[in-house]
Ligand binder design. Structure first.
Ligand SMILES: [Cu+2]
Length: 189
């Protein structure tokens, strides 16, 4: 009686082990695929000015997880998200910063939308201190970045070469984690 019980338990263990190991192996492989298929996030350094002659920053593309850093010297500016894309309509605005080095990391919620950042000081937005990003998914390959400005110098991609450093932001890592989870769920379904 006791022998038969032991035998039965042994069978259950040996038959359930492989499926557990296979599951782990599949999940590990999926995680690797999800992370390798994601394009790496860019840091977009953008000089931020009131255009010397009225004009807008060209509408440009960024992907989820990318961070844009606005820098300026001298004249006071700020960075505020205007969901309306209209200088005269601040509805649901999000204040980012009034310090040079202001940064914003595009989130999963921004994907498929136009995210417009403006300077809300005086008439700055009205004369063109306003930039719109069309936000594409994090795994988009070959995004063409535009770091031009309407008259205050060209920006560049990569880490800032001098202070101020970007403000700490949890948005980048959160966006990254969301993308990995979303990728895994997509593959499992
Ligand atoms: Cu300004």
């Amino acid at each position: 009686m006791s022998f038969s019980c032991y035998f039965k338990t042994d069978l259950i263990i040996t038959s359930s082990m492989p499926s557990f190991l296979q599951r782990s192996a599949i999940l590990t492989a999926l995680a690797a695929i999800a992370s390798s298929s994601m394009a790496s996030a860019e840091t977009i350094n953008l000089p931020w000015c009131k255009p010397p002659t009225p004009g807008d920053y060209a509408t440009r593309t960024a992907k989820e997880g990318d961070t844009v850093i606005f820098s300026w010297a001298g004249e006071a500016h700020n960075v505020v998200i205007y969901p309306s894309g209209d200088c005269l309509n601040p509805k649901d605005k999000t204040f980012i910063s009034e310090m040079s080095g202001a940064s914003y990391t595009f989130t999963a919620d921004d994907v498929g939308t136009n995210t417009t950042l403006v300077c809300s000081i005086s008439d700055h937005c009205m004369v063109g201190q306003k930039v719109t990003f069309e936000v594409v998914p994090a795994d988009t390959a070959d995004v063409e970045y535009d770091t031009s400005t309407p008259g205050c110098g060209d920006g560049f991609l990569g880490e800032p070469t001098e202070p101020p450093a970007p403000e700490p932001s949890g948005a980048a890592s959160w966006g990254m984690a969301t993308a990995v989870v979303a990728g895994l769920v997509g593959m499992l379904v």
